[in-house]
Design a protein. Sequence first.
Length: 311
Amino acid sequence: MPPATSGSSLPSWNDGAAKQSILNFVADVTQEGSPDFVPPADRIATFDNDGTLWVEHPMYTQLAFALDRVKAMAPMHPEWKDTQPFKAALEGDMKTLAETGEQGLFALLMATHPGMTAIEFQKIVVGWITTARDPHFKRPYTELVYQPMLELLAFLRANGFKTFIVSGGGIEFMRPWAERVYGVPPEQVVGSSIKTEFQMRDGRPELFRLPEMHFVNDNAGKPVAINQYIGRRPVAAFGNSDGDLEMLQWTTMADGHRLGLIVHHTDAEREYAYDRDTTFGRLEKALGAAAMHKWTVVDMKNDWKRIFAFD
């Protein structure tokens, strides 16, 4: 069967350089006899999640989850009313919360994510992702996935690629819904993680989540995690921020034909427009590197016919 490289497989993409770079790459690496042919076993494609596959503004979805967890747990922690960053979280003071930086975010995660079994956490995530609504679009977060990227995931899989999510988000936050939303099974989701230990509880084996980080899968951590969890160097990588720079470098700065792609948020009307001046999804270093390494830069406003399935 010939490769499924027809542009009709990407109907939400406008014809142009970005779409053509994808089609050309897939045709080159899947055509037997081509000097750039890549065996199916080596057709590994890695995707960042926040800002690459779904919306990351006005904040990362997992942060919205953590804020809701703080509110739900607040009655058990009266001291939070006078303690930052919990005070800001409870009051909806995003300016003060942002000023607490990574340390503040870490404090929220460590207060709301551990102290339970892995199964208990999974149930909480599933319950939240099913009922929570994005404050801007007033829709479930799982509807705020980019239709062109869903088509790209399916297109790559139809051409023998194995698609992985490699995100700074929590691995156990993404795994419960990633297969339903993206078609990516749990074993192909790579993310940040907290420490977990095996315990016997009431005669039952459990995995208990501890209040300590195990691994932060962002920036230079992404190539390390790819090597550790996947064991093969990707031939294609997709991101949208400086947090994806090292993953794109690791993927493309190697022998053979490779594809690096950056989603550039340029559509303030249908979604958001941002790059250098943002707290979430800052894009500066990677945008400069794109020109140097000839990565494809997707202009959301001009390259995508629609952004969401409901457009």
